[in-house]
Ligand binder design. Structure first.
Ligand SMILES: OC[C@@H]1[C@@H](O)[C@H](O)[C@@H](O)c2[nH]c(CCc3ccccc3)c[n+]21
Length: 445
């Protein structure tokens, strides 16, 4: 059994997000976020659960960093709760909120764990939502002010910055389908929100460059590799459309200064062809240092004249996780090759992982299925590097079980088990598996 050894500096990490783990939703001066508001709205979340307490990470961060060190993480990706810093989104600062992140970052640095900060992982200050949220172009400016403050405070000690997590998801699930905060069902709004998020991204990148910081800044995009059900001309066309719509919508404006053709066609067909000032794309395409991708599964599609974009999804034949997502490790290899071929930019896998219905048996969680999922995907990451992709790191989703958005606490992605009744943490077998991967900087082939 050959050992597949990664490059020496390869960054092994784990990822979380503020609303999903912190709790303390209204403590120490924190302002309300759109996820506080959405999750407090009956009928939006599984069993009407919410993130009021979550993993109580706000109070338990020291113990959690100790566990990261026990696993041997080289980096930890976490997000900042914008309303914990600026309760109204801008203006009045909340010193206790800043202090929480100061203590967390100090603890990480003390343990030689590189902080990788996501500035926005969906928890917009409700006060800004009350002024239109992402439908209001000013929110982009407010985001860059918030980003600028974070750079000023932590720019000299935090080496990796991610502006937005998955703008497609926060624009589409939040504004078109209403499954996520702010729960709007307004397809046109999704395109406006998406554009303002990209503007926010670009303004924040410019602020980072203006500050002369030495670290790296990028964006995290969710991707699902697309395959046609058959090689028919129609299915190939459907796959091309889905790839552009699902994967490239928020990448092309950054690297090609324009939306994919399919997006413009949708805007025109609906008479939504907003006149986005061309200067927006000058800002949006401000050069970044890396692209973060979140990969979980693939999409198999076929032509269907009755479906949205004439594209229907076809379920994959392999094992599925607790989220109903097909396990398809080759999709990670393929998307890495495709993205590096098309954009020639360093890549981090900022999320990859699986939800399974873990159980505790005599104090242990034998999550063999998650170990297999991680092993097979880490192997594909190795093969992508071998075949020329400049892949810099891998962050498993997630460090610990947490609030899985509309699914509440019913889906467990962590390599650390959280007993929500006691807040006790237990390293799953996958945490020990990952610890060995990091120690050996590689995986058995
Ligand atoms: O669903 C697992 C994780 C979330 O917990 C993260 O917050 C989020 O960044 C994230 N993105 C994806 C892939 C795209 C997706 C997002 C939401 C729902 C379904 C798929 C999976 N995940």
């Amino acid at each position: 059994m050959a050992k597949l050894v990664f490059p020496k500096e390869f960054l092994w990490g784990a990822a979380t997000a503020s609303y999903q783990i912190e709790g303390a939703w209204n403590e120490d001066g924190k302002g309300e976020s759109i996820w506080d508001r959405f999750a407090h709205t009956p009928g939006t979340i599984y069993e009407n659960q919410n993130g009021d307490i979550a993993c109580d990470h706000y109070h338990r961060y020291e113990e959690d960093v100790e566990l990261m060190a026990e696993i041997g993480l080289k980096a930890y990706r976490f997000s900042i709760s914008w309303p914990r810093i600026f309760p109204e989104g801008r203006g009045k600062l909340n010193p206790k909120g800043v202090y929480f992140y100061e203590k967390l970052i100090d603890k990480l640095l003390e343990k030689n764990i590189k902080p990788a900060i996501t500035l926005y992982h969906w928890d917009l200050p409700q006060a800004l939502e009350d002024k239109g949220g992402w439908l209001n172009r000013d929110t982009a400016k407010y985001f860059s002010e918030y980003a600028n403050f974070m750079f000023y405070k932590f720019g000299d000690v935090v080496p990796i910055w991610i502006t937005l997590n998955e703008p497609f998801v926060s624009a589409f699930l939040g504004y078109a389908w209403g499954w996520h905060a702010p729960g709007k069902k307004d397809m046109k709004g999704a395109f406006v929100a998406g554009h303002n998020m990209l503007l926010a991204h670009g303004l924040a990148v410019q602020a980072y460059r203006d500050g002369g910081y030495k670290g790296n800044i990028g964006i995290t995009i969710n991707v699902a590799t697309v395959y046609p059900e058959t090689n028919s001309e129609e299915d190939l066309k459907a796959a091309e459309k889905q790839d552009a719509f699902g994967n490239r919508w928020f990448i092309d404006p950054i690297f090609k200064r324009k939306y994919p053709e399919i997006i413009w066609r949708i805007l025109e067909e609906n008479n939504w062809s907003f006149v986005f000032p061309a200067s927006d794309f000058d800002i949006i395409s401000s050069p970044i240092d890396f692209m973060g991708i979140n990969y979980y599964t693939r999409n198999i599609v076929a032509y269907d004249k009755n479906s949205h974009l004439g594209v229907k999804r076809v379920e994959g034949p392999n094992e599925h996780t607790d989220m109903g997502w097909e396990v398809y490790p080759d999709g990670l290899y393929d998307i890495l090759i495709q993205l590096y071929r098309d954009y020639k930019i360093p890549i981090y896998i900022t999320e990859n992982g699986a939800a399974y219905n873990d159980t505790v048996e005599d104090g242990r969680i034998r999550d063999i299925n998650r170990i297999n999922y991680l092993k097979e995907h880490i192997k594909r990451a190795y093969f992508a590097i071998r075949d020329g992709v400049d892949l810099r790191g891998y962050f498993v989703w997630s460090l610990m079980d947490n609030f899985e958005w509309a699914h509440g606490y019913s889906k467990r992605f962590g390599i650390i088990y959280v007993d929500y009744n006691t807040q006790k943490r237990i390293l799953k077998d996958s945490a020990y598996f990952y610890k060995k991967i990091i120690e050996e900087n590689g995986v058995d082939g």
